[in-house]
Design a binder for this molecule. Structure first.
Ligand code: AMP
Ligand code: MG
Length: 328
């Protein structure tokens, strides 16, 4: 067989195989949101096996990384880590290591030790009441990424104060989407997408298509991508309205206050862990500094938009501009 014929035969085999794949989807509530999985599998039993294995991994990660569950690994380890170094799981170590890296890169704008502040603001949203300056000050004293120490050699953590609280809400869902996708890939399913509300991770293109069509943040842009993670963070997703102002669920650790600017960041990376951390980090930094942070990391691209006085101001990072847009 000459080369061209062989290639034609191979292409037929691939498309015949792709045509055999069927589309399946599943939805389950986890981590206070809905997890959706879309995949192409040869038959229903293989799809079901993949859904079960992926959701089991999500459940495991929720038990490790949740700050809502009093006996999550995160909460138990943080309590004990004020007394002695605590050995942590590979998952918690991966999430905390990237979190601390982003904190360093953003001068603490991103900070998973903001737990005391996020709890205070959750209560404030429930009561429709701003936290008092005293309460904010007291909570701030219990925060600060420099009070959290990781030892990569022994895979342990320590914290400086007994009443610290970590909150991985800005980064855990991106990591979980990554990990659920890995489980599906390891079962031999190569075209799948995992969505944890605004955090997506996906593998090869759906059969016969160039990629997954992904809408970008609040824009009307659609990208066609494969083997990427896309995370969107909106400052106005959850907020407290008080005195005519919108205080976001995203907190500026420098002031202890919810963000007041209406910013939306879509971060794109090969790793959901990084994309999810980066969308929140860039939101706190604001448009210009947020873009500079994205540009510095070769693993990141982003689309940032901010609404002010009825006008939308949008910025695209250099790597974002090179991504494949659907021709409108
Ligand atoms: P995301 O939707 O990915 O932007 O994550 C928002 C969540 O991140 C909030 O609900 C808090 O749990 C957490 N968070 C808020 N402010 C910060 C911050 N400055 N650094 C890290 N995590 C934060
Ligand atoms: Mg995030």
């Amino acid at each position: 067989m000459n080369n061209r014929l062989f290639l034609a035969a191979l292409l037929c085999a691939v498309s015949a195989h792709a045509a055999d794949l069927q589309y399946f989807e599943a939805l389950e509530p986890h981590m206070g949101t809905m997890f959706e999985i879309k995949l192409y599998a040869p038959d229903e039993p293989s799809a079901k096996t993949a859904f079960q294995a992926a959701f089991a991994r999500v459940t495991q990660l929720d038990n490790e990384l949740s700050d809502y569950k009093p006996d999550s690994e995160l909460n138990l380890a943080t309590k004990a880590a004020a007394r002695h170094p605590v050995h942590i799981s590979d998952d918690l170590a991966a999430v905390l290591t990237t979190s601390q890296m982003i904190s360093e890169q953003t001068g603490g704008a991103f900070d998973v030790t903001v737990g005391p502040l996020t709890r205070l603001w959750r209560q404030a949203r429930k009561n429709h009441q701003l936290p008092t300056p005293e309460a904010i000050q007291q909570a701030r004293e219990r925060c600060g990424y420099r009070k959290l120490h990781l030892d990569p050699k022994s895979q342990t953590m320590t914290v400086d104060l007994p009443d610290m609280q970590l909150d991985l809400g800005a980064i855990a869902k991106g990591y979980t989407a990554d990990e659920a996708l890995k489980v599906i890939t390891n079962l031999g399913i190569h075209s799948a997408l995992v969505a944890a509300s605004g955090d997506l991770a996906f593998s090869d293109a759906p059969p016969g298509q160039r990629g997954w069509k992904i809408g970008i943040g609040s824009s009307d842009r659609v990208l066609v991508l494969t083997n990427m993670a896309v995370s969107t963070s909106g400052a106005s997703e959850q907020f407290l309205e008080f005195g005519g102002k919108h205080y976001s669920h995203i907190i500026d650790p420098a002031t202890g206050m919810g963000l007041l600017n209406d910013i939306t960041v879509t971060a794109i990376s090969r790793h959901g862990l990084l994309a999810d951390g980066a969308d929140t980090a860039a939101s706190v930094l604001g448009c210009e500094k947020g873009l500079a942070f994205i540009e510095k990391n070769p693993e990141l691209a982003a689309f940032i938009s901010e609404k002010a006085n009825g006008q939308v101001h949008s910025l695209e990072s250099s790597r974002f501009k090179k991504l494949n847009a659907v021709s409108q």
